[in-house]
Design a protein around this ligand. Structure first.
Ligand SMILES: Cc1cc2nc3c(=O)[nH]c(=O)nc-3n(C[C@H](O)[C@H](O)[C@H](O)COP(=O)(O)OP(=O)(O)OC[C@H]3O[C@@H](n4cnc5c(N)ncnc54)[C@H](O)[C@@H]3O)c2cc1C
Ligand code: SF4
Length: 482
């Protein structure tokens, strides 16, 4: 059947169809599976097994890409999954949302020679989605249980990766998160069209099924102190991410409908998860029928513009003070947004938000920017072109200017927790241990706003050090008791 339908897909020829809707749906599932498999095998067989795997070098997890491509090309998917999951705790998630153009795929030698990259990310996604469908992904069953317990603050990708690694070694794991769902930015930040939420939820369920204790709604610092957690557990991992949104200091920033990016994205994700979201229902965080202006040029800004398009906005503009070449966001995301009808207003910055009598925003007053001499980092400094003001009509303005860390020493009541001048946690580069003995840190809270794949890498590295640390402390306790 699948072969017959594949022909139909390829040629577009009509064929008589007397099946019920359910039967048709079933067939489409089969066709899609067959099509995806054919595509994955075809793409995998394009890998030249070049011997100098730049893709692997440029993947933060150093995934063994050539090997799982070869296995996929040979149709040995279960083995491909085993190789892929040996270095990555969430391959199907990275396959969906890594900026591959800057990582593995951007360094594929076939891409470099101008023939188009092997689509590594989609093959990685395909392998692990298949593993879920086939039931190859099982709860973690440690060979032996250990008494020592670990407290992980933050249930995002950094916390998840560390939890899995340590649970496999037999530790008793407790993850504390202040939200009502686990997943961090995977669940509430990244939009559903990039990362479907059932994909995150099945990962969370696997943790619970593996005996990992998930404590939602626990705000560390408010509900329990870091010191209390240190007394409770043999070691601690801080993987809290960065959540203090950068603001714009211009007149009118307090007007209604001038909103932070994460509020907008979270409400959209919550709505998609079936939650009642009053700010969405009232229209305050809903772009439908509105002229939307998003300010910023990173991946968060791209997620906002693309979400606004999907919500049925009347127009969507992205205002960015530098040019396209200097944008921090992925070029692939910019191209996607453009294809979907987003208009980019390059080299322009807001000077004020103009409101109506109802205190709601009506327009963004912007000014053109000129790119001046490069600063110490090599990036050209944007400078205002005097007298170049112009207005952009707006009923909803979304501020997507990036995130800084919260003040963790203050929040946790732990003044001895050392941070950098940017507020990120100062952790030993090799061991990931912070200035507090037995307290480790991973992910965005150490790096600043980064990527899921780096959080996974940090979580795995931290887990390795925590295991070593807990073995040492257990040995020391044994010797002291003898
Ligand atoms: C809108 C958006 C889109 C993005 N898109 C991509 C993308 O496409 N690809 C990509 O690779 N990366 C993307 N990123 C970046 C990526 O999501 C992060 O780098 C990654 O999630 C960091 O993981 P983490 O575990 O360090 O922190 P997080 O995912 O932020 O998780 C931290 C968790 O800690 C919890 N927490 C914080 N403080 C406390 C406390 N005091 N007590 C208890 N719990 C606490 C939070 O509730 C949260 O659940 C995006 C980021 C944003 C904001
Ligand atoms: S984890 Fe990301 S960078 Fe590494 S192979 Fe997968 S998609 Fe590429």
């Amino acid at each position: 059947m699948a072969e017959r339908m594949l022909q139909f897909v390829d040629t577009g020829r009509e064929m008589p169809d007397k099946r019920s809707a359910d039967e048709r749906r079933e067939d489409w599932g089969e066709i899609y599976a067959e099509y995806a498999r054919a595509k994955a095998e075809e793409q995998s067989s394009r890998c030249s097994q070049c011997g100098v795997p730049f893709c692997q070098v440029h993947c933060p997890l150093h995934n063994n890409i050539p090997d799982w491509l070869k296995l996929t090309a040979e149709g040995r998917l279960e083995e491909a999954y085993a190789v892929s999951s040996a270095t990555n705790n969430m391959p199907e998630i990275c396959g969906r949302i890594c900026p591959q153009d800057r990582l593995c795929e951007g360094n594929c030698v076939i891409e470099q020679s101008g023939h188009g990259t092997v689509t590594i990310g989609s093959i990685e996604k395909y392998i692990t989605d298949t593993a879920w469908d086939e039931g190859w992904i099982k709860p973690i069953e440690p060979v032996a249980e250990r008494e020592q317990s670990v407290g992980i603050i933050g249930g995002g990708p950094g916390g998840f990766a560390a939890a899995e690694q340590l649970r496999a070694l037999g530790y008793q794991i407790h993850i504390y998160d202040r939200y009502d769902r686990m997943g961090g930015l995977l669940i509430y930040g990244i939009p559903n069209f990039k990362l479907e939420k059932h994909v995150v939820e099945r990962r969370t369920k696997r943790l619970a099924d593996s005996g990992i204790h998930l404590h939602t709604g626990v705000d560390v610092g408010r509900d329990v102190s870091l010191d209390e957690l240190r007394d409770r557990h043999a070691s601690i991992l801080i993987a809290t991410g960065v959540y203090r949104a950068r603001d714009i200091k211009v007149p009118g920033v307090g007007l209604e409908n001038v909103v932070p990016a994460l509020d907008f994205l979270t409400s959209s994700n919550r709505k998609g998860l079936g939650d009642a979201v009053s700010d969405f229902d009232s229209g305050a965080l809903n772009a439908e029928g509105k002229n939307v202006v998003v300010i910023g040029g990173g991946d968060t800004a791209m997620d906002c513009v693309r979400t606004a398009v999907r919500q049925g906005a009347k127009s969507v503009k992205c205002l960015y003070r530098r040019n396209r070449a200097n944008m921090p966001g992925s070029q692939r995301e910019v191209a996607n947004a453009e294809e979907e009808g987003v208009e980019f207003v390059w080299q322009a910055a807001p000077q004020a938000f103009v409101g109506g009598d109802d205190n709601a925003v009506r327009a963004v007053r912007a000014v053109r920017m000129h790119l001046g001499i490069p600063d110490a980092t090599g990036r050209q400094t944007p400078q205002v072109i005097e007298g170049s003001d112009f207005d952009l009509e707006a009923d909803l303005v979304i501020k997507a200017l990036g995130f800084d860390p919260e003040d963790l020493p203050e929040m946790f009541g732990s003044p001895d927790l050392r941070v950098t001048k940017w507020g990120t946690i100062r952790a030993d580069h090799a061991t990931k241990m912070t200035s507090l003995e037995g307290v480790f840190a991973a992910g965005d809270i150490v790096r600043g706003a980064s990527l899921v794949v780096w959080a996974v890498r940090d979580g795995r590295d931290a887990a390795e050090s925590m295991h070593w640390y807990m073995q040492q402390t257990a040995d020391a306790a044994r010797v002291a008791a003898e």
